[in-house]
Write a protein that binds this ligand. Sequence first.
Ligand SMILES: Nc1ncnc2c1ncn2[C@@H]1O[C@H](COP(=O)(O)OP(=O)(O)OP(=O)(O)O)[C@@H](O)[C@H]1O
Ligand SMILES: [Mg+2]
Length: 240
Amino acid sequence: MLEVRNLTVRHGYLQAVTNVNLALAAGETVAIIGANGAGKSTLLRSIAGLHRPHAGDISFDGRPITRLASHARVRQGLVLVPEGRRLFPSLSVEENLRIGTTSGRPGSWDLRRVFHLFPWMEARRREPTVHLSGGEQQAVALGRALMANPRVLLLDELSLGLAPTMVRRIYGVLPELVRDGIGVLLVEQDVGQALRVADRFQCLLEGRTTLEGRPREATPAAVEAAYFGRSGRAGPPGAP
Ligand SMILES: Nc1ncnc2c1ncn2[C@@H]1O[C@H](COP(=O)(O)OP(=O)(O)OP(=O)(O)O)[C@@H](O)[C@H]1O
Ligand SMILES: [Mg+2]
C-alpha cells in the first residue's frame, strides 16, 4: 500500500535520511527504531509530506505522492500522529478530535467510535486538553488521527514521556486498528515496545537502515549492534 524507495532527506547540509526503502501493507504494523537523531521523525514527516525529499520516491496504492502536499496525503488516508502530540491545549478534547475531520474523508471513524475506543474521553469531552495527563493527551492525538479515517497511520513516539502502564494502554488499541485494515508505521525509541507490536521492523542509524526483519528472527545482539552501530568485530571503536 505504502512504498518508499531510496529516500534521501536533507536538513540544509545535514543528511538526516539516506537511501531508505520501506513497504507497508494494509493491516500490517512496521516499526522504525533507532537512537536520538537517527532520522526516524524525518522519515515519518517526509512520508506525511512535511519535508521535501532530496531524492527518492514515495508511492501510495502504486501512485506517486512524492510531490503531493501534506493535506492532499491526509485526504488519501495517510495520517500522522506527530511527536509531542501537538494538540491545541486550550481547546477541548472534542474540539481537538473534530480537527481530524477537516480532511472530509468518509469512513466508520467518528466521535462515537473514538469514545468507544477510549471510554474515559466521553465524560471529559468538554475539558481543555491542557488539563489531561500525558497519556490522555496522547490518546486524544491518536483519536484525532482516527477521525480522519486513515488507511495508514504514521505514529511518532507514542510512548514518549509516558509511564509503562500508559504505554501499554495506548498500544493496547492497536489490534483493533489493525483488524480494521489500517497499516501502521510507527517510530519508537522504546525498542522493546516496538518489537512487541510490530510484524516487521527496521533499525535506522544516522539515517541509514542498519537492520530489518521480523522481531522474532532478530537476536538482541544484532538489534543492539544495529542500533548503536557496533560492527560486532573485534577492534577499537570506530576502526574501519
Ligand atoms: N527541521 C530541522 N532542521 C535541521 N535539522 C533537523 C531538523 N529536524 C531534524 N534535524 C536533524 O536531523 C537529524 C535527524 O533528526 P530526527 O528528528 O529525524 O531524528 P529522530 O530519530 O526522530 O530523533 P528523536 O529520537 O530524538 O526524535 C538530527 O541530527 C536532527 O538534529
Ligand atoms: Mg523523532
